[in-house]
Design a protein around this ligand. Structure first.
Ligand code: GDP
Ligand code: IMO
Ligand code: MG
Length: 434
């Protein structure tokens, strides 16, 4: 009898953009199936290989391996126009994603008015806005939970158009109740009517993809002994329950989300790979205890090219926050750490780790209930920088002593071993520790 395999998970432990796309692409060779379980076009995952740099939003990062099956799970949100743009841009670099992509019939659709509503909600919040990517994520997940959403499988139903217009009207009333009109907002520089036309055309194209009950498919493949990697979007500190609420996204970004977003029982979860940058970034509003507002922060931004893949916004930067990292490891049950972008620290004579927070003179080593209201002062320990380029190093033993000290401090403070060290954006520039 074949023994069922487990599903390994790769997810972000910070505020997103840790380099998940790079690692999933790198690890894909060891898996048969790569599946997204949460988020949608708010994600921007970058792959770099053979001189190609490619960004993905809804499609899993295993798509550039033609022999690997990729799954968009039920927990993901699909915006048909953005999805098709992604398909086209993959075709432009020689891939035929239709051949190795399956979409869950239970994934929810993002409607044009979800995007308008996202913009209206943000405008209504004024200077308290979340800094949403404006892709309609919050409103689409709201409809899912309110049981008014439209699922991918609905596109084959007779009443699809009727359903669409009834929800659209609901959204327009919601926009009006916020004191705005739909005409005040645009979607990709188009009016609602212009965009709606494109959206319906895109739906016709989406229908030609392999749409099925992916929960059966995945469980069948597990029984057949296939290896599955679940790819997280966003990250732990943006999780709807445990992130820096309300400055979070609207999905379960932690490992528990894999069960919900793919239809896998907890008994089938295997290793949990947690990605963290060697420092910290955040894009959008919300608390960020180790944020740097000085020249060091600027240097991190410039050397890390910290500009958002989805929105182009400049990312906020700071030192690695061990308090948040420990919290994330605990919530996800991380088994292995993947330390990304260590090369960005190549030119710093000193690097720091935030060990504790001080709030009103009291030292704490946990995430406080209200990260926003409390004035947190980070308490740092300092480490000597290595002041040399490490991007061409492939062997852990060849890394400068100072990096090894920094890594062992992270391991000691989190209690988790660093399994992978990433030294450049390229797939090949990766060190695996045996
Ligand atoms: P994701 O959302 O977690 O997939 O990460 P993003 O793609 O949004 O952002 C990570 C950025 O860092 C991308 O531009 C990657 O190409 C880049 N990157 C990934 N790993 C490394 C690394 O080890 N070093 C450097 N310098 N850049 C990296
Ligand atoms: P990846 O998968 C970084 C942030 C937004 C905003 C908040 C809510 O590339 O790591 P939303 O559009 O979800 O309603 O925005 O979450 N955010 C991300 N930040 N990386 C992401 O994804 C993000 N997805 C959402 O900037 O602060
Ligand atoms: Mg990203």
């Amino acid at each position: 009898m074949m023994i069922a395999n487990k599903v390994d998970i790769l997810l972000g432990l910070q505020w997103g953009d840790e380099g998940k796309g790079k690692v999933v692409d790198y690890l894909s060779k060891d898996y048969d199936i790569i599946a997204r379980f949460n988020g949608g076009p708010n994600a921007g995952h970058t792959l770099e290989f053979n001189g190609i740099k490619h960004a993905l939003h809804i499609i899993p990062s295993g798509i550039c391996h033609k022999d690997k099956q990729n799954i968009i799970g039920n927990g993901v949100l699909i915006e048909p126009c953005i999805f098709l743009e992604e398909i086209e841009s993959l075709q432009n670099i020689g891939y035929t994603p239709k051949d190795n992509l399956i979409i869950s019939n239970k994934a929810h659709l993002i409607l044009p008015t979800h995007r308008l509503l996202d913009a209206a909600n943000e405008k209504a919040k004024g200077d308290k806005k979340i800094g949403s990517t404006l892709k309609g994520i919050g409103p689409a997940y709201t409809d899912k939970v309110a049981r008014t959403g439209i699922r991918v499988g609905d596109v084959f139903e007779k009443d699809f158009t009727e359903k669409y217009f009834s929800i659209k009207n609901l959204h327009i009333n919601q926009i009006k109740s916020l004191g705005f009109t739909p005409q005040e907002f645009s979607i990709s520089d188009k009016t609602l009517e212009e965009y709606e036309k494109l959206w319906f055309e895109a739906i016709e194209e989406v229908k030609t993809f392999n749409i099925t009950n992916t929960e059966y498919y995945i469980n069948q493949k597990l029984q057949e002994g296939k290896r599955i990697l679940a790819e997280g979007a966003q990250a732990t500190m943006l999780d709807i329950d445990f992130g820096s609420y309300p400055f979070v996204t609207s999905s379960t970004t932690i490992s528990a989300g894999v069960c919900l977003g793919l239809g896998i029982a907890p008994t089938y979860i295997g290793r949990v790979y947690g990605t963290t940058k060697a420092y910290c970034t955040r894009v959008g509003s919300g608390p960020f205890p180790t944020e740097l507002f000085d020249q060091t922060g600027e240097q991190l931004c410039e050397q890390g090219h910290e500009y958002g893949v989805t929105t182009g916004r400049k990312r906020r930067t700071g030192w690695l926050d061990i308090v948040a990292l420990r919290y994330a490891c605990m919530l996800n049950g991380v088994t292995d750490l993947m330390l990304m972008k260590i090369d960005v620290l190549d030119n710093f004579s000193q690097v720091k780790l935030c060990e504790k927070y001080s709030i009103n003179g009291k030292e704490i080593d946990y995430i406080p209930y209200n990260m926003s209201a409390d004035k947190i002062t980070p308490i740092y320990s300092s480490y000597k920088g290595w002041m040399q380029s490490v991007s061409k190093i492939r062997d852990y033993e060849a890394l400068p002593l100072e990096i090894k000290d920094y890594i062992s401090a992270i391991e000691q403070k989190t209690g988790i071993k660093v399994k992978l060290i990433s030294v450049s954006p390229d797939r090949e520039d990766t060190i695996i520790r045996q």
